[in-house]
Design a protein around this ligand. Sequence first.
Ligand code: ZN
Length: 236
Amino acid sequence: MLISAAEWAEERALGPYLIRSEFALRDVSELVQHLGQLQDDLELMLGLTCNPQEIQIHLFRTRSGYIDYVGRRIPEGTKRQALFVQGTDAGRVYAYRHRGLETDVRHETTHALLHTALPYVPIWLDEGLAEYFESPPGLREKHSPHHAELQRAIRQGWKPGIEQLEAKREMLNMDAKDYRDAWGVIHFILHGPSAARESLAAYFEEIHSGRAPTPLSQHLRQRIPNLNQKIIDHLK
Ligand SMILES: [Zn+2]
């Protein structure tokens, strides 16, 4: 089958990335700079080592160009605004130009990098981390829109449901509130008490060992009494 190639205006190799863009990359120079930093940020914050072979990032000028290109390769992907697909030879990110392009690309590239650091990432954790790292560096801790939404929800009696998030096995089961809640738990882990980061490290170690890992919620509850209230106090 002949698959039409997009007309790339620019192709650039940058660290582990091969960026192919239908528009000049100088238009998104800040994004390119953030991508260059993302692996270091992720490794530093999560205590992981990424081993990317190649991550191809495809940037389209229009939504219809994206749908046309992605639809020929991953038909189910056209419903999404952006996409990450792990291939055997490379990870592939697809996104198109609109107001949220840079956020989308940081989000999907976080998935791509994470999958080179861990043999397995549960959906909620994968999405929570991608929601965290999709903000530009420097704005992640204090300026995510999820924070204000959660503060509002907390005033209305919100409780973190880590076990409910852990029960989501399909991305289709994750709704917008789940993304927000996963972000909240990740924020607590990364910026809350050190026992939370120790829990994450212990969990990652179990994943690396190849054993079936104890759920992260249990690691957290073992180390942090009254976990739900601690998360609420941290976020409010
Ligand atoms: Zn995602």
